[in-house]
Design a protein around this ligand. Sequence first.
Ligand SMILES: Cc1cc2nc3c(=O)[nH]c(=O)nc-3n(C[C@H](O)[C@H](O)[C@H](O)COP(=O)(O)OP(=O)(O)OC[C@H]3O[C@@H](n4cnc5c(N)ncnc54)[C@H](O)[C@@H]3O)c2cc1C
Length: 415
Amino acid sequence: MPAELFDPDSPAYAAIRPAHATRPRLVARCRSVSDVVAALRYAASTGERAVPRGGGHCFAGRSWRDGIVLDLSGLDGITVAERNAIIGAGARLEQVYQALHVHGLTLPAGCGPTVGIAGLTLGGGIGLLGRKYGLTCDRLISAQVVLADGTVIECDRDHHPDLFWALRGAGGGQFGVVTSLRFATVPEPLTTRIEAHWTDITLDDLVSAWQTWAPDAPDDLTVNLTLASEPGAPVRATLFGASTLPEEPTRELLQKFTTHAGIELRPNLPYHHLKRTFADPNEPEPPQRIRSEFFAHPISTPTLTSLLTQLAGGRRHLTFTAMGGAYNRVAEDATAFAHRDERFLLEHVAAPSDPWLDASWTTAHTEGSGRVYPNFPDLLLDDWATAYHAGNHPRLAAVKKTYDPHRFFDFPQAI
Ligand SMILES: Cc1cc2nc3c(=O)[nH]c(=O)nc-3n(C[C@H](O)[C@H](O)[C@H](O)COP(=O)(O)OP(=O)(O)OC[C@H]3O[C@@H](n4cnc5c(N)ncnc54)[C@H](O)[C@@H]3O)c2cc1C
């Protein structure tokens, strides 16, 4: 097999080895499509499972499993021609934003600089330009995929259209190994950065105002809200977001949401620069667990009060991400991403052992839509197929049967 092979305990993988105990037998570092083909054929010949790994951020650890891990980080080339970008599946978001910025272009994509473009896109791709330009997968024009038997195919609206449909939002690792993605980029906007931190505010009122305003705000504005608790400290509310409008119109729009003092606006930042100001790649991340759900309606006052009461006292946070806008102007069955009628996403994040997490999720779930973002996998879901894929699941199951009939790509909650 021509791909470079590594023992998973080798120093080359010390930085990315996840904390959980799973240990692949081998890591194949793939630098070309033929490396991927060879690695898949080798895995098939040994009867082992092979899993693709991009940025390595899967919350369920799906890209670091037993068998053979295909490390695609060497497949990270990015070329731009006529506003289309062809991006290697191993590229990370920071590389993507930087390479497109040079051309005055960008993509509506996520925030974490080391998140992989492939993993993000295959599950959807939510970010600060999404209310204006849609999900990352909505900008996908075509993809190159290596199937389990080593066949290399190109898919788009006219070639393997069912597979192309399924790649836009079903979640990574389901049908084959994507080696490159072609996107229709957007002009990189000048943005106004929005940030505020408050502890002296009535949280019920703040969240109530946010959830009725942010999902219906003009597309130019994405304003998200995090409520973070620490033992012995008051809950801190953080507002963070981006506007593609100048400072004054941004301020005027924000005043429809809150007149509370302390919102800091920084205008005239190219989007790439704004992204960098929100991401600290050096910040150590303690192990955390996340559960989430979409909401199609505002949460009622009693449930909100209960959520806020439970939040206090631990090292925990709730993050409210505004949907609506361009996300919702796509039909539910137009791509595999089925969540086109949601107002916001609510994440509950805490240490894995904190019982608050499941209690908080259960409280909010009484009013959630039952839909869950495939890029935030949750192994505790009762009916994961409906939660992740809703009415798109039967078509996805048919695509799986066609393109991976022997379920070579398999994991808990795989289609
Ligand atoms: C710090 C952080 C910030 C995040 N920020 C955002 C955000 O702003 N917006 C958002 O929408 N999401 C965000 N996410 C969630 C993120 O979208 C998912 O975790 C995503 O799956 C990560 O992709 P990855 O390539 O980094 O991870 P990986 O673990 O490498 O891959 C994720 C899944 O995709 C599969 N996969 C990876 N590459 C390929 C490929 N080439 N072909 C086929 N399958 C593949 C893997 O096998 C695995 O199942 C964030 C996650 C983290 C940890």
